[in-house]
Design a protein around this ligand. Structure first.
Ligand code: SAM
Length: 216
């Protein structure tokens, strides 16, 4: 992602603590109190400019959504969408995904969306890929039993790598599509990157990976 310097982003984010939650660690284990209901929580890691999570929150008012984005200069665009729509079931976090375990308790998240994650194609950067095994372990520590990762990308290399990483970790793959936009998948909501890559003629890959029920 090309980052534009937006020195004003920090102040804008600070002005909307009801939308971009400051010190999210304080809600670990009690996110449903913040939302005021017991609806399931779905998070998107690397939410970017926020179109996907905003449209999902509009389409599914009975699910609570949390968009997680590392960069202030990017999340500020997601914040604009949230200000415009004032959705009670969507909140944003300006944090690094590495810190997820400080923010969510085990079983607090039902589903994780990874959309067009940075591919980090060099082998020496493998550990930075959001589908690397240490991230899969991290996700397991916040997800419900049999929680799911829903993953989309246009990057064939990252998709192939991720299928292997998911299966080596013991996840069950389902609904694998090698050409999402020409498949019978219903209700797809395009992300900003998805639209850009699809317009260039790139194929979009998608899969769901489900954690197995722990042995009793
Ligand atoms: N999902 C969006 C889309 O499809 O339009 C954005 C895709 S962009 C290629 C990847 C995003 O993930 C960037 O905005 C980046 O800052 C964010 N990101 C990468 N690593 C992250 C991490 N460890 N924690 C939070 N966000 C991260």
């Amino acid at each position: 992602m090309r980052l534009r310097n937006k020195p004003w982003a920090k102040d804008k984010i600070a002005a909307y603590p009801q939308y971009v939650i400051p010190n999210p660690e304080q809600y670990k284990g009690r996110w449903n109190e913040l939302f005021g209901n017991d609806h399931p929580i779905h998070i998107e890691i690397g939410t970017g400019k926020g179109r996907f999570i905003t449209e999902m929150a509009k389409a599914h008012p009975d699910v609570n959504y949390i968009g997680i984005e590392l960069y202030k200069s990017v999340i500020v665009s997601a914040l604009d969408k949230l200000i415009e729509n004032d959705l009670p079931n969507l909140r944003l976090l300006n944090v690094n995904a590495k810190d997820l375990m400080n923010i969510f308790a085990k079983g607090e998240v039902e589903r994780i969306y990874l959309n067009f994650s940075d591919p980090w194609p060099k082998k020496r950067h493998e550990k930075r890929r959001l589908t690397y095994k240490t991230f899969l372990e991290l996700y397991e520590n916040i997800l419900v039993d049999e929680g799911e990762i829903h993953f989309k990308t246009d990057n064939q290399g990252l998709f192939e790598y991720s299928l292997v990483s998911f299966s080596q970790y013991g996840l069950v793959l389902q609904n694998v599509s090698l050409d999402l936009h020409n498949s019978d998948f219903e209700g797809n909501i395009m992300t900003e990157y998805e639209q850009k890559f699809a317009e260039k003629g790139n194929r979009i890959y998608r899969c769901e990976a489900k954690y197995r029920k722990p042995m009793q």
